[in-house]
Design a protein around this ligand. Structure first.
Ligand code: KG4
Ligand code: ZN
Length: 335
């Protein structure tokens, strides 16, 4: 089965062709990061316009790279939320038009389920049940997955998401965008123990990252001047460690509480090298298997949407033509 995946929920316009839910025939991503970086974050109006400009070319490129004809596609999967509604509507409308003209079914995909489905594109994919941590710019969620479309939300952030904390810290430090990428790069040469930022251990499996950002702000104000260039790597590394510590701790706790053999870590923040290292170390200690897709499948992409769509299309799902985009997913734990 050949599925065309389309993703336009934030600042990446992406299309991919996936065979049988597991094999990536193509994975094309047009990033708008350069455009938004001058504003220090995604500007929704600009994002929608850029998606409109890019979506046809990106989709044609995905078909060309996969060396297939449009008529060979068996179904289309498109992100319908959560995300920026204006951006989502570009992908959704495009997918509807294409599905109608090719006379194939299409399905709306939950972006967060897409992130988790990226794990089925790995050489070795996890067996159910597993615990999954989805860490992105808008979410820090821990799930128990019994199957695709069959999962419970075990914990989530009560305020900022992990990626948002990285982005806000980078803005406070004036070091660029996206924050996670810059903080990781600068932090590589830094001392993670120079500053101790708070590890907010909220009750149970929930997260809270806003205090972390505030403590950085307090530190900057206390000094009365910005951090010097030679201090930034230490701040970046210490800040990153505080986020990573909490993410690893709670995910491992969830895995043990629910007695699963594997953990999937996904979403943009999962491309962080230190996070990957710490998860691998910690999992090895307690005999858990950890599955973290390659970085290109962690940050937003359409291969993961194609993989998630396959699970729906294969069961015979078919979205109606009046399907709408949603900025927040109304049902937190079901497709
Ligand atoms: O999944 P994603 O690409 O888009 C959303 O669904 O939000 O995640 C974007 C988030 C941003 O907050 C970005 O700062 C963060 O992922 N991110 C990282 C890294 N690369 C991207 N965070 C930490 N380390 C990275 N290497
Ligand atoms: Zn995402």
């Amino acid at each position: 089965m050949l599925v065309l995946g389309i993703e336009s929920s934030c600042d990446e316009t992406a299309a991919a062709v996936i065979q049988d839910g597991r094999i990536i025939l193509s994975n094309v991503i047009a990033s708008q990061i350069q455009i938004h970086s001058r504003y220090g974050g995604v500007v929704p109006e600009i994002a929608s316009r850029k998606h409109i400009e890019a979506i046809s070319a990106v989709t044609l490129q995905a078909l060309e790279n996969a060396a297939i004809q449009p008529s060979w596609i068996d179904g289309i999967g498109v992100t319908m939320g959560p995300g920026l509604v204006g951006s989502l509507l570009v992908g959704l409308s495009f997918a509807k038009g294409l599905a109608l003209s090719l006379n194939v079914p299409y399905v709306g995909v939950n972006h967060l389920e897409g992130h988790v489905a990226a794990s089925s594109l790995m050489d070795t994919s996890p067996e159910f049940p597993f615990v999954s941590l989805v860490v992105s710019g808008g979410h820090s969620n821990i799930y128990l997955y019994r199957g695709f479309g069959d999962y419970d939300l075990l914990g989530q952030t009560k305020d900022d998401a992990a990626g948002e904390a990285f982005d806000k810290a980078a803005r406070l430090l004036n070091i660029g965008y996206p924050g996670g990428v810059v903080i990781e790069q600068l932090g590589r040469s830094g001392n993670k123990d120079r500053w101790t930022f708070p590890r907010a251990m909220r009750e149970r499996l929930d997260f809270s990252f806003s205090g972390l950002k505030t403590s950085l702000l307090i530190e900057i104000k206390k000094r009365g001047k910005p951090f010097a260039d030679d201090e930034i790597p230490d701040v970046a590394s210490s800040f990153q460690e505080a986020i990573v510590d909490v993410l690893v701790d709670k995910t491992m706790r969830a895995a043990q509480e629910h007695d699963v053999a594997g953990v999937v870590v996904c979403g943009g923040v999962a491309s962080n090298g230190r996070l990957r290292e710490r998860f691998n170390e910690s999992a090895a200690l307690i005999g858990l298997k950890v599955f973290i897709p390659p970085a290109v499948l962690c940050t937003d992409n359409a291969a993961m949407i194609g993989a998630a769509a396959y699970n729906l299309l294969e069961k015979g799902f078919k979205a109606p033509w009046d399907l709408n985009a949603v900025s927040r997913w109304p049902r937190q734990d079901r497709t």
